[in-house]
Each structure stands twice: as structure tokens, then as C-alpha cells.
Design a protein around this ligand. Structure first.
Ligand SMILES: CC(C)(COP(=O)(O)OP(=O)(O)OC[C@H]1O[C@@H](n2cnc3c(N)ncnc32)[C@H](O)[C@@H]1OP(=O)(O)O)[C@@H](O)C(=O)NCCC(=O)NCCS
Length: 195
């Protein structure tokens, strides 16, 4: 504030007003672009784009794939492979850049607030190295599986066809076809009868 008063005193009014206008426009521009400075802008890029944009950036996908407000891809739009008739609701998909592929087959659907996490961090190193060293493993969710609300699926897991992952489960190992699993870590409850 002190500086502004000083400038107001020493600058001719038209120049001072012009500079104030430039400053206002700059702040408005930065706010529109999502951050206080360019670093924030890059970090917040994934939050700035809408769930529709996140879905449209996934190019490998079939027909009738739906998401809702809140759906986002933390990383790896290019490494997500979606079949048809899939309902992703407001989930978070975090795919790797190489082997950490996320594959979701036809008729899979989620409850709210599901996380599919194919990436993690190398915990054998510390501080910034841990921030930066990413590990990744593939996730495959097979045909017709229902992943209920609040479930978390970790890297390296295959979820069998027509299986059910209970609300709030943390899935750390494979789920068999037609199985119901629940809990943290997700444990087998029973098989679903089928012909
Ligand atoms: C997984 C689910 C479908 C199983 O339903 P169910 O067949 O009626 O299961 P049951 O009530 O027979 O429970 C069987 C056992 O699993 C346990 N269990 C069931 N769901 C569980 C869950 N989400 N987390 C932890 N344990 C669970 C029960 O406590 C019970 O344990 P017990 O045998 O020791 O008593 C259901 O519990 C569930 O999670 N529904 C999801 C609801 C939801 O997210 N809805 C939003 C729309 S997607």
C-alpha cells in the first residue's frame, strides 16, 4: 500500500491510472489461469479443466462412457483404455506414463468417490527424490465389475469380470471373476451365483 501511495504521489495521474489498470488486468488474467504465478498455473492445470475435458482427453474409449462433475485424471490420459457402457461418476484415475496402464472393460460402473491408482512413489528414497521418483503398475478392471462408493484400487491389481468391490474397500490384490470383496485390505466374501 505504501508503494502505491508513493507512485500516486510521484506519477502523473493518467500514467498512474494506466499502470493500475494494467496491474488489475494482469491479476485477473493470472486468476483466470488458475494460480498466483506460472508455477501454480502448471500445478493447478489438472484442476482447472472440467470433468468433461478430462474425459475427452482420454482418446482410447468406446461408446457411452459417462462421468460426472468431479471426475478427473491426475496423470496419464493417454494410458487409460476404456470400453463401452462405462459409468465413472466422480472418480479419480491416476495412470502411469508407461507400464501403469489403466484398462476398464465394457459395462464396468463405479459408485461415488472411487480412486484407481496405478502410480505411487519410490519410498526407498527421501525428500525431493521421493516426490519425483514415480513407480507404476497396471490396473485392469474386467467386464461388468461394480466398484462401490469410496473404494480404492491399487496398482498391479486385476479385478475379475462381474465381481463386486464393496464400499470403502482398499483393493491391494487380484479379485476373482464373480467374487464379492470388501474391507481394507479387501477380502473375499463369497462368489456370485451364475450359469
Ligand atoms: C459389498 C456389498 C454389495 C455386499 O452386500 P451384501 O451381499 O448384502 O453383504 P452382507 O451384508 O451379506 O455382508 C457380508 C459380510 O461382508 C461384510 N461387508 C459387507 N459390505 C462390506 C463393506 N463395504 N466393507 C466391509 N465389510 C463389508 C459384512 O459386514 C458381512 O460380514 P460378516 O459376515 O462378518 O457379518 C455391500 O456391502 C456394499 O459395499 N455395497 C455398496 C453400497 C454402495 O456403495 N452404494 C452406492 C452405489 S454404487
Amino acid at each position: 500500500m505504501k508503494n502505491i501511495s508513493l507512485y500516486k504521489t510521484i506519477l502523473p495521474t493518467p500514467i498512474y491510472s494506466f499502470l493500475r489498470m494494467i496491474k488489475r488486468k494482469w491479476y485477473a488474467f493470472v486468476r483466470r489461469n488458475g494460480g498466483k504465478d506460472w508455477t501454480d498455473k502448471i500445478i493447478m492445470e489438472r484442476d482447472r479443466i472440467s470433468s468433461e475435458e478430462h474425459l475427452s482427453k482420454i482418446t482410447h474409449k468406446g461408446d457411452f462412457v459417462y462421468s460426472e462433475k468431479g471426475f478427473r485424471v491426475f496423470n496419464g490420459h493417454h494410458n487409460i483404455f476404456l470400453g463401452s457402457n462405462i459409468y465413472l461418476v466422480d472418480s479419480l484415475l491416476n495412470a502411469g506414463d508407461t507400464v501403469g496402464k489403466i484398462t476398464i472393460d465394457d459395462y464396468v460402473f463405479f459408485g461415488t468417490n472411487v480412486s484407481i491408482l496405478a502410480r505411487a512413489h519410490n519410498y526407498n528414497v527421501f525428500n525431493l527424490d521421493r516426490h519425483q521418483q514415480i513407480t507404476e503398475k497396471p490396473i485392469h478392471i474386467k467386464e461388468g465389475a461394480w466398484i462401490a462408493s469410496g473404494a480404492i484400487v491399487l496398482g498391479g491389481v486385476t479385478i475379475g469380470k462381474h465381481s463386486v468391490v464393496g464400499a470403502g474397500a482398499v483393493v491391494a490384490s487380484d479379485v476373482e471373476d464373480y467374487a464379492i470383496v470388501a474391507g481394507n485390505p479387501a477380502k473375499f466374501i463369497r462368489f456370485i451365483e451364475h450359469k
